[in-house]
Design a protein around this ligand. Structure first.
Ligand code: 7TS
Length: 408
């Protein structure tokens, strides 16, 4: 597939913003959606909108088939052994909360340890703080190297006999660091712990094989991989899901209900209380088809090439501080323009039609480690090109000029 033509599939990208061609460099926050996904969602609402699993009428059957085939598709996308390993969620945040509250909180005892890294998104940090508070378990952090990576010796030291959970991001949304989650999962298992992976920034950008990683849980969000907002996936090993309690109780998830008690359906239905995110799952299936047609390995290579190019160009600009390791890394660059607040940088870039994110990126502890209040971040996806990076660099030159009084 010719990647240079892919942007045409995304209607939103053909607009101008502030009189300039829109250069969307904020896909780590949320990706844009191709026609195929928009059409699939629209078709559901226009042609077979119905609730799932409960109606005998034709539309209900069609909707149920589409919803359940999305589960099969999601399983295939991450090489899960079965669709029963796939719980549909609202996104990564909900998936990680389910694990922390439905699984870990039941298992943790005072003195047990939860091992994390300082680069975690708040979604993979606060649920564990809460689980620790509720159970008397303690949090332990693998220290971060200056270049934003983890040392294997530090990982080995942090994961001990009291570790019950290791929760780690696959790819950092700030540093771009790719963590060795397969090796960590192996170590966690040797020490009697479960491995929980935050895949929010990995699943959209590289081939993911949960069977090969051998992690116990893997959570990701549809909206960062071309699907609508409000749909995500929590993968769990069968044994782990069987030990997890539901956190949402109500319709759809029950087997038999008495006045004073109830029993649950099998996994994964027991985790999907209430009317599920039907349109979202259908959109996710269309997004997976679209990504598969391009090929996840091609997407990974494209992101890596653009990131290398951006690192090289930004690295040559005086006054720019870059954060995170060199390759391998996720498809993003995080930086600061010396003496200028990233929000001001982002505002000047916006006037040039360039959309980036500025702030703490939901990783306040990491910002403290980096000694930065906040940072600017440009993130790429398959619809971005080297030309987009050139526009970014040009807009940064404009910002530098604009703020030259501030940076002397
Ligand atoms: N984990 C990581 C590594 C993330 O990057 C994000 C979202 C989440 C979890 C949470 O995902 P959600 O879909 O449940 O919200 N990250 C970002 C970001 O970097 N900018 O905006 C959202």
């Amino acid at each position: 597939m010719d990647l240079s033509l892919i942007a045409r599939d995304f209607p939103i990208l053909s607009q101008t913003v502030n009189g300039k061609r829109l250069v969307y460099l904020d896909s780590a926050a949320t990706s844009q959606k191709p026609d195929r996904v928009l059409d699939a969602v629209s078709r559901y609402y226009r042609e077979y909108n119905a609730n799932v699993h409960r109606g005998v009428h034709t539309l209900a059957g069609k909707a149920t088939d589409a919803y359940e085939s999305a589960r099969v598709k999601a399983a295939g996308f991450i090489h899960a052994p079965s669709e029963d390993n796939i719980v549909f969620t609202r996104g990564t945040t909900e998936g990680l909360n389910m694990v922390a509250f439905g699984y870990a909180r039941r298992k943790l005892r005072p003195g047990d340890e939860i091992v994390l890294t300082p680069m975690e998104h708040h979604s993979n940090l606060i649920p564990w703080q809460q689980a620790a508070l509720a159970t008397g378990a303690t949090l332990r952090y693998i220290p971060l190297q200056k270049d934003g990576t983890l040392l294997w010796e530090d990982i080995e030291q942090a994961i001990g006999d009291r570790t019950r959970v290791v929760a780690m991001t696959h790819v950092s949304n700030v540093l771009g660091t790719v963590n060795p989650v397969k090796r960590v999962a192996q170590l966690a298992h040797e020490r009697g712990a479960v491995m929980v992976v935050d895949g929010a920034q990995a699943a959209p950008h590289m081939p993911v094989d949960v069977a090969d990683l051998d992690c116990d849980f893997y959570a990701f969000s549809g909206h960062k991989m071309m699907a609508p907002t409000g749909i995500g996936v929590l993968y769990g090993k069968r044994a782990a899901l069987l030990e997890m309690e539901p956190v949402h109780f109500g319709g759809e998830m029950i087997d038999v209900v008495e006045l004073f008690s109830a029993t649950w359906k099998d996994i994964p239905a027991r985790f999907e209380g209430g009317t599920p995110i039907i349109a979202g799952a259908i959109g996710l299936a269309a997004a997976i088809d679209y990504l598969d047609d391009i090929g996840m390995e091609a997407i990974r290579r494209h992101g890596a090439a653009l990131t290398d190019y951006a690192m090289e160009r930004l690295g040559k600009m005086p006054g720019i501080t870059l954060y995170g390791p060199s390759a391998p890394r996720g498809a993003l660059v995080t930086f600061n323009l010396d003496g200028v607040h990233p929000h001001d940088v982002a505002t000047v870039l916006d006037a040039e039609g360039v959309a980036i994110r500025a702030g703490h990126h939901c990783a306040q502890p990491l910002m403290r480690e980096l000694g930065a209040q906040s940072t600017a971040r440009a993130s790429f996806y398959v619809y971005n090109s080297e030309q987009d990076v050139d526009v970014l660099v040009g807009a940064l030159e404009t910002a530098k000029e604009f703020f030259s009084h501030a940076i002397g």
